[in-house]
Design a protein around this ligand. Sequence first.
Ligand code: FAD
Ligand code: UDP
Length: 374
Amino acid sequence: MKIVYDYLIVGSGLFGAIFANEASKRNKSCLILEKRSNIGGNVYTQQKDGINIHAYGAHIFHTSNETVWNYVNQFARFNNYVNSPVANYHGELYNLPFNMNTFYQMWRVITPDQARQTIEKQKKPLLGEPANLEEQAQSLIGNDIYQKLIKGYTEKQWGRDCTQLPASIIRRLPVRYTYDNNYFNDPYQGIPMGGYTKMIEQMLDGCDVKLNTDFNTDREGFSKLAHKIIYTGQLDAYFDYCYGPLEYRSLRFETEKLDIENYQGVAVMNYTDSETPYTRIIEHKHFEFGKQPNTYITREYPLEWSLGIEPYYPINDEKNQELFQRYHLLAEEQNKTIFGGRLPEYRYYDMDKTVELALEVVRQELGEGVNYGH
Ligand code: FAD
Ligand code: UDP
């Protein structure tokens, strides 16, 4: 291992891997430190019996940014998977996102006009902006859908009442008056054939990678190894939680191998009642149209977060935002370290946004010359 690198990159997720790739293309030497025993961050997939298991939750790449799409297609061939989850409410099945199929299943209405009228009758009129998630949902889609498909799922996922949650959480879900079960509105969507890990391996080609190594255990020592640091870990951890920890919502994944070919017939089934302890079951083979004789499923359980547990969803309330701002000010004083990615920015970023932000940092730090594909 060299003594001095141009860049020490903390974290081998999408953000760190893109930076590493662009830096080494410009003949900069990179050392990547990763505290987990695998590369890839949350997009990591593990192959078992020919099936790529999304180890940190289902990851579907989708974007409306053509540049981002062309860029990632240089590192993998994407298939034509379209996410169309099914909601299971006490054994009643509904298509997602909320669209004409859902409205037919809920009320037996057939035309968009009938659906609009039904929703209109159930809508709670809003005076001004919705104060919370419940108000937002009821004003957008009516009470039946709120009760059966939103309330139970959301309260499990976030561990609190819908009246205590911000409306913004569900604004990303489409509501459509067409028979269209595509969960996303973006024109580009797919899964990298052969798994995300293969894609990240391609990006990290030519860089030194050290797994099972937490940068924060010896920040000073590791920092001496490189001229500059790209840090993609938790912001509060970098500063030894000096103002206290930023809060998160976590998840627990329970994966099971089944000796049957097809368990649920769809990659994602959401359990939207409040009694089922998990929010969804993922059947991984369907992301890549697998035909293997067996299958792997993962139950996703929401989990109260505490220090030391994987941080998945930032809690976007005032208290945490204020805390984040305080850490952010400290970060701005660090001239040897560049902070980037979902953890240092304490934001829920989809992968396409992560790519966009990583390329922005690349341009600022390494200059132009990114190959955006075609
Ligand atoms: P990460 O992937 O978190 O990578 C950071 C890496 O840094 C990790 O490997 C971590 O172990 C390492 N690290 C942290 N601290 C240290 C340290 N001190 N020392 C060494 N290493 C360290 N996006 C989509 O577009 N579509 C989806 O379907 C989708 N599904 C998701 C489902 C779930 C459950 C979650 C949580 C996210 C999902 N996302 C999805 C978002 C996606 O995961 C992120 O956009 C992306 O992974 C962010 O990449 P990153 O490199 O910023 O962070
Ligand atoms: N949601 C819901 N019912 C569903 C799916 C989602 O009420 O069947 C709500 C829930 O509050 C969730 C939010 O919509 O947190 C965003 O859902 P999305 O699928 O985008 O969340 P993610 O996959 O990122 O967890």
